[in-house]
Design a binder for this molecule. Structure first.
Ligand code: MG
Length: 169
């Protein structure tokens, strides 16, 4: 028995960490969806689906923790079925996929990079929506918002980074 196996058995935990990152261009004329919530904004995120970069990063973190690849493999942007898709459907499809092991989400920590609008008034709604989709208490879902601090890409953009810890049951 290796030392890591021995430690895992002693603790009784089978923890996995996952990391996700996503970014989208911001353009006028489309809604800004973030964590399944429509945020009032002059610009929205361009994308094949609804451009919800926070949900995309969250799904990548979940798939990463489960060792199951990335969102592009599961929902290719070459597939017309996903054009304009509600990204909440992607998360729901992963969560109920029969081939995945049973797991329990320990916590999720997320950072959004966005120049404007400020997310202060939307953060609670986004966290609550994501907690609801994941089936966890809102105390296990943390959202931070930062601006680009002068290093925004040439075009307006939004990015999200998510770290997720889960326990395989
Ligand atoms: Mg994306």
């Amino acid at each position: 028995m290796t030392r890591s196996k021995s430690r895992s058995r002693q603790s009784g935990l089978n923890l996995r960490v996952g990391h996700g990152w996503d970014s989208h261009r911001l353009v006028p004329g489309i809604p800004l969806m973030l964590g399944g919530v429509r945020v009032e904004s002059e610009l929205g995120a361009a994308g094949h689906s609804d451009g919800d970069c926070l949900l995309h990063a969250l799904i990548d973190a979940l798939l990463g923790a489960l060792g199951r690849g990335d969102i592009g493999q599961w929902f290719p942007d070459s597939d017309a079925r996903w054009r304009g898709a509600d990204s909440r459907k992607f998360l729901e499809a992963v969560l109920r996929h029969p081939d995945l092991p049973d797991f329990r989400i320990v916590n999720v920590d997320m950072t959004v990079l966005l120049e404007k609008p400020k997310l202060g008034s939307s953060k609670a709604a986004i966290s609550e929506t994501l907690a609801g989709l994941l089936g966890v208490d809102t105390a296990r879902v943390n959202l931070k918002a930062k601006t680009w601090e002068g290093i925004e890409p040439r075009e307006p953009a939004i990015a999200a980074e998510v770290v997720l810890l889960l326990e395989i049951l």
